[in-house]
Design a protein around this ligand. Structure first.
Ligand code: WT7
Length: 656
């Protein structure tokens, strides 16, 4: 295989500061290495030890890992557990009055729930679900606004052993319908409306629309939480109000003890082709992954005010809102709205007001906040912050530097966490009291995780060369299967070609530098082939973003007679969209810039400007749409999961 070439050379390094190291849960490189060595020596025992340390078992497991039917691995299989018990009941004797959730609504109203109160709400709602005849193993679709109740709904399902499948509230009726029918859901939990950025969006009406598309015969009831009080369609034969069914419900609910491998949830992730994949997670192994990463990567302390900005509709909102922080007994912030309403200071105000210590967000949010107000963080008291985190995409070194200097005031380490819906929890990420940070690198694997870079047959590539990112050993929080589609699961994640299906294939390209640090180069499907050089998207994009004029960039390949592919860049400038004459000047400048930063090979053949880029609802750039635009072809792909369809028109017109 022609290896994927790395072309960007980022040399800035940030060793951990002494104060942070002193108080860190994993303090110093030697402590990290000792854990890695322990895991390498006796891998199963290492994870068994963690499972006994972090999880409360109803009955203990005797077998750590069952590998009899790969890649369908089972962890701690004969142990019995309940995830809601592990997140709530465990704190009732130790810290019942500690605030579990500080909730801030779109309008700015603040509600708090202690562990005792949250436990009570979850028990009541769990009893209400039971009264609706929902049983262990039943599927429940949750289509809710980002509020305490969304977490209550998830935890209540976990309590009774029902399998939840959260659908992000921004998804259309069509996407919702696809997920309801695939899951065979018996109940949908929703709200009348959601309110974000001052705007009301229908949820219940969208559920009704999805139901009217037919085929959702498994659905017996729809539970409606009253968020806005607006008038909504209500069918008394099928619909029930959240507040009515919980009103008289008992405040105690004995947890349903389930097998460690019992599915806690499925979560749909849209692949580049075909129907969405229902990623199925386990109970015990999944929760363990969230807890060790809270401890190691987020350096969790009981005095922390933890804030992960992700919606519960994504895996990040599962692992680092609904489960991980609660299992650790943390106080966390949940925010209903958007970073730009009522103004671009909203995030900084929330950090200041609630004295947030740990702030975890996405590069797409960081880049948009840079564009909207690069100096706004300085106008707020962000001195409570001690740790920053990034997830979802590679963070461009320039965005990293801004986050580090302007938000973290050069005091807070940044944990750039690489993981996926399928891995359930962090895989490659800095341990902030041990690692030297490098902007743009997610650094090194967590103890017990054997990440590596291989070629298309599964052979290790030479250090410095790019290739496929794989994880060589099974790990507790990994995907168990795709819902009702074990064959697709095997084909996508454990393909035969890669060392006979032994490794988990992440679908990303990456390389390791001289220190063994991992640098993610982009999705395998997005790799460009320019004159025989295989280039990841990430590095060219980062070079563009490093130009002071550029806020955001996406590059794709366009078929080229001689070169194979040529580089086409879609660019969002920090200022206004440029007029024709100015545009040509900037294009010249940016092409030269890339040639300087990376080399002539990566020089974009064409550059187009837009006010934004086509993104998924979770903020990922949809490069496959850009590839179609680059070829000046009509878009025929499904764009129902696109956040901002209007942008496609703008990017069509190329200014040359
Ligand atoms: C894909 C997974 C992980 C939860 C949110 C996204 C990209 C994620 C990073 C990072 C570079 C990253 C990868 C990965 N990605 N984090 N820190 N650096 N790339 O979950 O939607 O399942 O996406 O997001 O391409 O495969 P997801």
């Amino acid at each position: 295989m022609s290896v994927i070439e790395s072309v960007l050379n980022e040399t800035r390094t940030f060793p951990p500061n002494g104060t942070f190291v002193k108080q860190a849960n994993v303090s110093g490189m030697a402590a990290y290495q000792a854990m890695c060595t322990e895991a390498e020596k006796d891998y199963k025992n290492f994870w068994a030890k963690q499972a006994n340390h972090y999880l409360l078992w109803h009955s203990p497991f005797s077998q750590v890992l069952d590998e009899s039917d790969p890649p369908f691995y089972k962890w701690f299989n004969d142990g019995e557990i309940n995830i809601s018990y592990n997140c709530l009941d465990r704190h009732l004797s130790t810290q019942p009055d500690k605030t579990a959730i500080i909730f801030e609504s779109d309008e700015g109203e603040i509600t708090k729930a202690t562990y005792r109160e949250l436990h009570q709400s979850v028990c009541q709602f769990a009893n209400a679900l039971k009264a609706q005849n929902i049983k262990k193993g039943d599927r429940v679709v949750i289509y809710m606004p980002m509020r305490i109740e969304a977490v209550v709904a998830m935890q209540a399902c976990a309590r009774i052993g029902a399998i939840h499948s959260v659908v992000f509230g921004g998804f259309s009726a069509k996407s919702l319908h696809e997920r309801i029918t695939d899951a065979g859901a018996v109940t949908i939990i929703t709200a009348d409306e959601q309110v974000r950025g001052g705007k009301h969006h229908p949820l219940k009406a969208t559920v009704d629309e999805a139901m009217s598309m037919g085929g959702a015969n498994s659905v017996k009831s729809i539970v409606v939480y009253q968020r806005s009080g607006s008038n909504i369609p209500f069918n008394p034969d099928r619909d029930v109000w959240w507040h009515e069914i919980t009103q008289l419900a008992n405040i105690d609910c004995e947890p349903e003890w389930v097998n460690a491998e019992h599915p806690l949830f499925t979560l749909y992730t849209s692949g580049s082709t075909g129907k969405p994949k229902g990623v199925q997670h386990s109970s015990a192994g999944y929760l363990l992954g969230t807890m060790v990463s809270m401890q190691w990567v987020f350096d969790y302390k009981s005095s922390d005010i933890f804030w992960c900005t992700a919606d519960v509709g994504w895996i990040t909102g599962h692992s680092y809102v609904a489960y991980g922080p609660l299992a650790m007994g943390a106080t966390q912030v949940i925010f209903e709205g958007v970073p730009t309403y009522p103004n671009a200071s909203r995030f900084w105000e929330i950090i200041q007001k609630h004295k947030v210590t740990t702030f975890y967000t996405a590069p797409t949010a960081i880049r948009s906040l840079i564009k909207l107000g690069p100096d706004l963080p300085e106008k707020h008291d962000l001195s409570s912050l001690r740790l920053l985190g990034s997830v979802g995409e590679p963070i461009n070194p320039e965005a990293w530097m801004w986050f580090y200097e302007k938000v973290g005031q050069s005091r807070c380490p940044i944990v750039d966490t690489w993981w996926q819906t399928e891995t359930g929890s962090h895989m490659i990420a800095p341990l902030p009291g041990a690692f030297t940070l490098k902007p743009g690198s997610c650094s090194l694997p967590l103890p017990g995780i054997q990440a590596a870079i291989v070629d298309e047959t599964g052979q290790d590539v030479e250090q410095g060369n790019g290739g496929f990112l794989v994880i060589k050993n099974p790990f507790p929080s990994q995907i168990r299967t795709l819902w009702k589609d074990p064959e697709r699961f095997k084909k996508v994640y454990f393909p035969e070609e890669i060392d006979q299906g032994k490794y988990y294939l992440a679908g990303d390209s990456a390389y390791r530098d001289d220190d063994g640090y991992f640098w993610i180069m982009g999705r395998i499907d997005d790799v460009l082939n320019v004159s025989g050089h295989r280039l990841g998207t990430m590095e060219i994009e980062s070079a563009l973003v490093a130009n002071p004029l550029v806020a955001e960039a996406a590059v794709v390949g366009k078929p080229h007679e001689i070169k194979g592919e040529s580089v086409i860049a879609f660019v969002v400038l920090k200022g206004q969209l440029p007029q024709a004459e100015e545009a040509s000047k900037i294009i010249l400048e940016l092409r030269e810039w890339v040639a300087q930063e990376i080399g002539p090979i990566a020089k974009p053949e064409e550059i187009r400007f837009g006010e934004n880029l086509p993104k998924t609802r979770s903020g990922k750039i949809m490069r496959r749409l850009l590839r179609t635009l680059a070829k000046d072809e009509e878009i025929t792909q499904d764009i129902s999961t696109l956040e901002n369809p209007a942008i496609l028109e703008q990017l069509k017109k190329s200014i040359k």
